[in-house]
Design a protein around this ligand. Structure first.
Ligand code: NDP
Ligand code: MG
Length: 392
C-alpha cells in the first residue's frame, strides 16, 4: 500500500535527508506536498523527482519563480503562510515537520488536527509549546514521533518499557567544534570557528548552537516535554564521538544505550517505518574501530546554556517559549557580529529576567496565538538586551 506523505522544510538539511529516503523507494509513497523557502530550484527539482501533488514556498514573492520552474509538470504551486497551512490540511499518513524556527509550529499543529503521524524534527514546537502540542495530538488521536537523534534514541530505548520504571534520561552532546578551547579563547570565537562541526553535517545555525550547547539546552527541554520526566532526572553528558545518542536509566540500575552512526537518516528512517525497522543506508558501527567511547560531565562555565535550560525546565510555563526566542535573537546578534560567542547566554538570561519581572514566567500559553505573542515579545526584549550590551 502506498503511503501519503508530506515534507515541510523539504529543502533543508533534515528535509533533504528525508527526500533521500523517500526517493530510494518511490513506489511506496504518494508524495502530497513538499515545502521550502528560498531554495526554489531544489524544491522544484525534488517535487518533480518525487512527483509531488503540490510544492509550496513560504515566500510569496518567490511564487512566480516556483511556477516557472514547475511549468508544464502539472504540479500545483502555492506560497506564503496560509499556503503552508493549506498544505498541512491535505490528507497525509505521515508528515515530516522540518521547517526551522517558530514558523514550523503552525503547520505541525494543523497537521495533528487531522490525526496524522507527525515526525517532529522542528525543536521549537516542543520547546515553545510542548504541553499544547501534546494535548492537540491526544485530542485528535494523532501520533508524534521524535526525529531529533537523541529523542529518537530515547524513544527506541523505551520500546516495551514502563515509564514508571524510568529513573533518568541522559542525552549526549558532542561538545561541538570548540569543545577543547580555553574559556578565554571561547570569548573571542568567530562565526566561522563555531560554525564547523567535528561529527555532524548540519546547517550553520544549529552547528553554532551545538558549539554553545544551546542546541543541547533545547534538547533537554524537549526531553522533559516529550517524555514527561522531571527535570532533575534529565541530564546531558559530553560524548565527543557522537556514537551513543542517549541512554535511559531504569529503577533496577540498568542503562539502555542507543548507538548509531551520526547520520540523521537513522532517526528519520526510524520515524518513517515505525513501529517496524527497515534497512537504512547508514554506516554500521565498527566498535573495534571506534575503540574508545568517552563521557564527561559538561563544564557549566563553558556551557551556561545548560544551566539556563535546567531552570527553564523547572519553571515551565512560558519560560521555554521565551528561552527559544531569546536564543534565536542572541544567535542572530552573534552571527551579525554584535555580541561575542559567550555573550549569547547573557542575552538569554537577561531576556528571561526582563520578561519575568514584567509578566511572570509560570503561566502557560493556552493557544498557539498566545505562544506566538510571547515569542514576539521575547524577541523584542532580546534585541533590547543586545543593544544594552553594545552600549555597555
Ligand atoms: P535548515 O535550515 O537546513 O532547513 C530549514 C527548512 O525550512 C528549509 O526547507 C527552509 O527553506 C525552510 N524555511 C526556512 N524559513 C522558513 C519559514 N519562515 N517558513 C517556512 N519554511 C522555512 O534546517 P534543518 O533541516 O537543519 O533543521 C530543521 C529543524 O529540525 C530545526 O528545527 C532543527 O532544530 C531541527 N533539527 C535539525 C537537525 C539536523 O541535523 N539538521 C537535527 C535535529 C533537529 P529554504 O532552505 O528553501 O529557504
Ligand atoms: Mg539532536
Amino acid at each position: 500500500m502506498t503511503r501519503r506523505i508530506s515534507i515541510f522544510g523539504a529543502t533543508g538539511s533534515i528535509g533533504q535527508n528525508t527526500v533521500d529516503l523517500i526517493a530510494r523507494d518511490p513506489d511506496a509513497y504518494d508524495v502530497v506536498a513538499l515545502t521550502g523557502g528560498a531554495n526554489i530550484s531544489r524544491l522544484a527539482e525534488d517535487a518533480k523527482r518525487l512527483n509531488a501533488d503540490l510544492a509550496v514556498t513560504c515566500y510569496p514573492d518567490r511564487l512566480d519563480d516556483l511556477r516557472a520552474a514547475l511549468r508544464g509538470t502539472g504540479i500545483e504551486v502555492a506560497a506564503g503562510e496560509a499556503a503552508l497551512i493549506e498544505a498541512a490540511d491535505r490528507p497525509a499518513d505521515w508528515i515530516m515537520s522540518a521547517i526551522v524556527g517558530a514558523a514550523g509550529l503552525a503547520p505541525g499543529f494543523r497537521a495533528l488536527r487531522h490525526g496524522t503521524t507527525l515526525a517532529l524534527a522542528n525543536k521549537e514546537s516542543l520547546v515553545t509549546a510542548g504541553p499544547l502540542l501534546l494535548a492537540e495530538a491526544r485530542a485528535h488521536d494523532a501520533t508524534i514521533l521524535p526525529v531529533d537523534s537523541e529523542h529518537s534514541a530515547v524513544f527506541q530505548a523505551l520500546v516495551g518499557e514502563e515509564m514508571d520504571a524510568v529513573e533518568r534520561i541522559i542525552i549526549t552532546a558532542s561538545g561541538g567544534g570548540l569543545r577543547d578551547w580555553s574559556l578565554e579563547a571561547l570569548a573571542n570565537a568567530t562565526v566561522a570557528d563555531a560554525g564547523a562541526h567535528p561529527n555532524w553535517d548540519m546547517g550553520q545555525r544549529i552547528t553554532i548552537d551545538s558549539a554553545s550547547m544551546f542546541n543541547k539546552a533545547m534538547e533537554l527541554i524537549e526531553t522533559k516535554e516529550f517524555f514527561g520526566v522531571p527535570p532533575a532526572r534529565i541530564e546531558a553528558v559530553v560524548h565527543p564521538q557522537s556514537i551513543v545518542h542517549a541512554l535511559v536509566g531504569f529503577n533496577d540500575g540498568a542503562l539502555m544505550a542507543h548507538l548509531g552512526a551520526p547520520d540523521m537518516r537513522h532517526a528519520i528512517g526510524y520515524a518513517l517505518h515505525w513501529p517496524d525497522r527497515r534497512d537504512l543506508p547508514v554506516n554500521r558501527i565498527d566498535l573495534a574501530q571506534v575503540a574508545t567511547l568517552e563521557f564527561r560531565a559538561p563544564d557549566l562555565r563553558r556551557y551556561p546554556a545548560l544551566g539556563i535550560a535546567q531552570s527553564v525546565m523547572e519553571t515551565g510555563g512560558r519560560a521555554g517559549c521565551i528561552f527559544n526566542a531569546a536564543k534565536e535573537i542572541a544567535l542572530d546578534g552573534f552571527i551579525a557580529g554584535r555580541i561575542g560567542f559567550m555573550d549569547m547566554a547573557g542575552v538569554v538570561e537577561a531576556t528571561l529576567d526582563a520578561m519575568s519581572s514584567e509578566f511572570g514566567l509560570t503561566i502557560s500559553p493556552s493557544t498557539l496565538e498566545e505562544v506566538l505573542e510571547v515569542d514576539q515579545m521575547a524577541r523584542d526584549r532580546a534585541w533590547s538586551c543586545i543593544r544594552q550590551k553594545e552600549i555597555a
